[in-house]
Structures are given as C-alpha cells and as structure tokens.
Ligand binder design. Structure first.
Ligand code: NAD
Ligand code: MG
Length: 383
C-alpha cells in the first residue's frame, strides 16, 4: 500500500485545549476528521474537561501542566509537557491556544522542528517576534495566525507579494466601554469588563479587549507576521465585528474579509491555508441582517493602552515584552479585584518608562525582561 500525504490526515496538537479557542478548535477538528487527527492535547488544569476530550479524540499524548487531583496518572505534567506535545513526530500542526507568555517555548520549539504553528497565542509574537521570525527563516516552520484580524489580512493578501500592500487596517470592536466616559471607566467592575458585546472569549483577552491592549498586541503581531512598519498598520473601531480587517493595495483598491463573528473560521483557515475546504460550521452570511456596519476612530484619551503598545512596538527590543508582561500582571490583579480598571494602562505606562533598553537578544533575556516588568507592576500596584 502506498502512503499518500495528500489523503493522510495531518496530525494536530491542541495546546490549551480546554480554553475558549481550544474548545472552538476541537469543534472544527471534530467536523474535519478525514483531514486532521488530534494527536496531542494539553491544558493547564481542568482535568475533568480534558478527560472528556481525551475520550472523544483518543490522542496519543496528553499533558496537564498543573497535576491536580482530577488529572490522570498517565498524563505528562509540568511545562515540559507543552514542548513535548509541540515537537512530536506524529504532529504536523501545533494549534497554540495557550494564554499569555506561557505559550512562548512551545511555539519556538515547534518552529525549530519545522511544524506549522496555528497561532492564537499572540503574546508569543509580541514577546519574541524577532526570534519567531528567525526560527521560521532558518527552517521549515511557519506561523499561520488564528487571530481573526490577522487571518483576515492573510486571506486578503494570499497570492500578492508584500510589495503590493500599501497598508492594513485592523478592526476593533471597541469592547464593552466604547461609550463610557473617563470618569465612569474608573468605576468599571470586573463583571462590567467581562461583558464583551460581540465575542465570548477567555477572561484575559476579554479584559484586553476592554482596555484595547488587545489591539496593541495585535498591531505588534501584524508587524511581525506581515513585515509591515508600524506606520502602515492602522486601527479602526467597528462595533459589529463583521469586517475582520482591511488591506489597501498600492493601486488604492481595498479588500476586506467578512463573516459573522466566529472563531471557527479563522481556526479552520489556519489549518488549511492556502487551501479552503468544505465546512458547514459558519452561519450563512446575511448582509442585511448584519447591517448597519459602522466605523469610528479610536478614542486614545480613554483607551491609552493602544498607543502605549504601539510605542513599545516602535521602540522594539524588549519593550513589547515589557508591555505584555506589565499588562498580564495588571490584568490578573484587576481580575482578582485588587486594582481599578484604569490602573491597568497606568501600570503599563509606568513599566515602560522605568524599564527602557533591557537586553533582548535571546529568549532568556526576553523572559528576564518579562519577569522584571511583572515585579515592577507588583511593587507599583502593591499587589
Ligand atoms: P482561555 O483562558 O479560554 O484558555 C486558555 C487555555 O490555555 C486553557 O486551556 C488553559 O488551560 C491553558 N493555559 C492557561 N495558562 C496556561 C499555562 N500557564 N500553561 C499552559 N497552559 C495554560 O483563553 P482563550 O480566550 O482561549 O485565548 C487563548 C489565546 O488565544 C490567547 O493568547 C488569546 O489572546 C488568543 N485569542 C483568543 C480569541 C478568543 O476568541 N478567545 C481570539 C483571538 C485570539
Ligand atoms: Mg483579534
């Protein structure tokens, strides 16, 4: 019997399988079993859900970083389990749906092994965009974005050389506080901030969407993914989340990608790019029902995190890693009820001012910058 790579299902590792993107990905993979086989699953905790997923997909590798009582003795534990899952020989595609800096090592290891990384974990690119780019350039590994805006851009530019792109415009829903005054923002509760108008997501990214730090992370992500200078990456608020981004080409023509707000589509595309495959997971597109579609400028006074992140991106070096770590630390403190919503951008700004010019050439230096920024924020916020 001959082995035909075109018809053999590709092996997929889903890192962060119990999260919002992880469970979305497993819904897609369940529909696409002829094309993809789940070979590895990892989570941080929540052994009960992981067990259910293991029963359904029968992966050959399971990892749970924190070995809690509801786990299984046969599972790998500790952070090494993430790299082990990401570098397995039976895995072709690593879907990295881990939240935060914890996703970095698995991305780098998978790329060094020549895997496709379907990347939801945008923090990886923000902390270590240069290292990711070098890892892709030196081998067969590639990063395909799962983030809806970046998937949109990729879908618009595929088939065009980078030299034909004039600029990209990322859309932002504006989050739950789009219409809130500065005074009211200072009183925003965790519950208010978790009430996102268009997307159901994990807690950290939902808070990032409320501060617009998420859009800052995405601007930096776009810079590294598409090799565009920051001056050619713009942001527009689009509350309906139907247009996922715009690409303007050098002839002035603008191409956008649209769908109802669902992450199933960008997850599927990250698995199949540049191909498209038959799938019925996305509700039919009805432009009348989705109307009106509106666009407005970002209010930078009320949402300073966006400009802080772009400035960190422009500064380069360790500044994006400092931005990310300060944000992660402040968001955790906000979610724990220890600080006010408006303390989040204040903490980021303080960390960036205090920690300019940290060394950034290696993974260890970037993680040291990450740790320094977290310590700075903890001291500043007394949390
Ligand atoms: P989530 O909190 O719902 O899930 C996170 C997953 O990562 C869980 O499976 C959790 O067990 C695992 N995890 C958490 N901490 C970990 C650690 N220290 N080590 C190993 N695993 C750990 O988050 P999410 O909303 O699914 O987001 C995941 C990533 O995707 C984030 O980077 C987010 O910015 C990005 N993203 C999410 C969405 C969305 O719609 N949810 C959209 C675009 C991008
Ligand atoms: Mg996004």
């Amino acid at each position: 019997m001959t082995h035909d790579p075109a018809t053999t299902p590709k092996g997929v590792a889903v890192l962060g399988s119990t999260g919002s993107i992880g469970t979305t990905a497993l819904r897609v993979l369940d529909r696409q079993r002829q094309r993809f086989q789940v070979k590895a699953l990892t989570a941080n905790s929540n052994g009960a859900l992981l067990k259910e997923q293991v029963r359904k997909f029968q992966p050959s590798f399971v990892g749970m970083v924190e070995s809690t009582a509801d786990g299984d003795d046969a599972w790998e534990s500790g952070t090494d389990a993430l790299v082990a899952a990401a570098t397995r020989d039976d895995v072709d595609i690593v879907l990295n749906a881990i939240v935060g800096a914890a996703g970095l090592d698995a991305t780098l290891a998978a790329l060094q092994k020549g895997k496709r990384v379907a990347l939801a974990n945008k923090e990886t690119l923000v902390i270590a965009g240069d290292l990711v780019r070098d890892a892709c350039a030196s081998g067969l590994g590639e990063v395909i974005p799962v983030d809806s805006e970046h998937s949109a851009i990729l879908q618009c530019i595929t088939g065009h050389p980078a030299s034909q792109v004039r600029r990209v415009v990322l859309t932002a829903s504006g989050g739950p506080f789009r219409d809130w005054s500065q005074e009211r923002l200072a009183t925003a509760t965790v519950e208010d901030a978790l009430r996102h108008p268009t997307w159901r997501m994990g807690r950290k990214i939902t808070i990032d969407s409320a501060t617009l730090a998420n859009k800052a992370l995405e601007v930096i992500e776009a810079h590294f993914l598409f090799g565009l200078p920051y001056s050619r990456i713009e942001v527009v608020v689009h509350p309906q989340s139907v247009v996922h981004s715009f690409v303007e080409f050098i002839d002035g023509s603008v191409v956008a990608q649209m769908s109802v707000p669902t992450m199933e589509l960008p997850v599927l595309y990250a698995l199949t790019h540049p191909d498209r495959v038959e799938d019925d997971g996305v509700p039919p597109f009805d432009p009348v029902r989705l109307s009106p579609m509106t666009f407005e400028h970002v209010n930078h006074e009320r949402f300073p995190a966006l400009r802080l992140g772009i400035a960190a991106g422009e500064a380069g070096g360790a500044a994006p890693a400092v931005f990310n770590a300060a944000n992660e630390c402040a968001v955790a403190a906000f979610l724990a009820g220890k600080i006010a919503f408006t303390d989040i951008p204040r903490a980021i700004s303080s960390a960036l001012d205090a920690l300019a010019g940290l060394p950034s050439g290696t993974r260890d230096q970037l993680l040291a910058a990450d740790a320094t920024a977290r310590r700075h924020v903890q001291q500043m916020l007394k949390c």
